[in-house]
Design a protein around this ligand. Sequence first.
Ligand SMILES: Nc1ncnc2c1ncn2[C@@H]1O[C@H](COP(=O)(O)OP(=O)(O)OP(=O)(O)O)[C@@H](O)[C@H]1O
Ligand SMILES: O=C(O)[C@@H](O)C(=O)CO
Length: 425
Amino acid sequence: MTLALGCIADDYTGASDLANTLTRAGLRTVQTIGVPADDLNLPEVDAVVVSLKSRSIEAGLAVSRSRAAEKWLRGRGASHVLFKICSTFDSTDAGNIGPVMDALRADCGEAVVLVTPAFPETGRTVYQGNLFVGAVPLNESPLKDHPLNPMHDSNLVRVLARQSKTQIGLVDLATLARGAEAVHARLAELSGKGIGAAIIDAVFDRDLETIGLVAAEHRLSVGASGIGLGLARALVSTGKVKSATTSSDHRAAVGGQVACLAGSCSQATLQQIANAERVMPVLRLDPDRILTGANETQRALDWAKERLAQGPVLIASSATPADVAALQARHGRDAAGHAIEQTMADIAESLVKAGVRRLIVAGGETSGAVVDRLKIPGFLVGVEIAAGVPVLRAVGAEKAGMLLALKSGNFGGAQFFSDAIGLMR
Ligand SMILES: Nc1ncnc2c1ncn2[C@@H]1O[C@H](COP(=O)(O)OP(=O)(O)OP(=O)(O)O)[C@@H](O)[C@H]1O
Ligand SMILES: O=C(O)[C@@H](O)C(=O)CO
């Protein structure tokens, strides 16, 4: 297998978002969980997205895991590696975007790394280096209340400069509008000044196509699904990849019981849970009981087992920003996040043992904990449920025959859970 594109994603929902985008743009793509074991039987593909759970871990670990993934991808012929980060640039001042970018840049000898989280299809645009979420700057969006990495600065040149050892420049929209040659020239100018990475504005998909053409001539880029779209279109338009048809998934239906788990506390997920309550039973976990050692897992399982035979169920730990802040004040942010993620993983494991074959998980960290516990080594991409959220078919002997959907916290329409169930057969 010779890869046209190698990707490293810093969380599992982000990886499935990117795998979805690449697939829709004509690249045969597989999503792996971590660096694949040698005996994992991967299909012939143009792109591999290696999913890591490295967004919120200690920076040194994020670097070493990303480096191992890069080595594997380059070893399979990937001349370009995209480090997939969140379209809302989720990170702290300590990282992990900057440290991982610096390490991958040093490994491949890239002069200036192109960086953009723009993903216009989901309302993420970048102008003068400032990230907008819909109509508002990042720091005014619901991301200001994120449970793990609240975002308080919309200026990405500043944000990345706080995390990276190199200086950060800007390629603005006016330069981009003049085309690929103008971008190349600007990057050469920045490189001449010793600047090692540049935030690139992008507002429309056509901007991402220009960025993709430039990026495809580099060794490394950093961004969200939008730059993935640009790279995929560039690979197809320059004839490096023959576009594959993205027909719907005609493989056998999986059937079996359906469960949804929500650990995301985003505004979008809270609304989706409220809407799901009208069409399926919803159990709200008590996070304080989880943190104080009460057996919430057993309570959830007893509750679910009484209902699963009648139809889908949803189990949620999700809470409002005020409740999340209060819980974190009582127990600490990391301890609260970790304990709830592990409870979700316990519940998922038992539900699958009890016969659940179709599982929908909301939240990147939550999805990471669940997929790790289920020991699923990779996914093939099926139909799109919502922008950035595909149906995933598990690969690998043990859990083959399961369908999952891993929803990024902020993605999906108001009826996301019913939409997903309707498409997961
Ligand atoms: N009631 C709660 N109080 C405090 N923390 C919670 C609560 N419920 C869930 N959490 C934690 O909040 C974090 C949510 O992160 P997660 O990545 O799963 O969702 P998200 O950030 O909305 O999604 P994404 O990363 O895809 O945007 C997890 O660590 C989860 O365990
Ligand atoms: O880019 C995004 O917003 C998502 O794919 C994601 O990474 C959220 O966790």
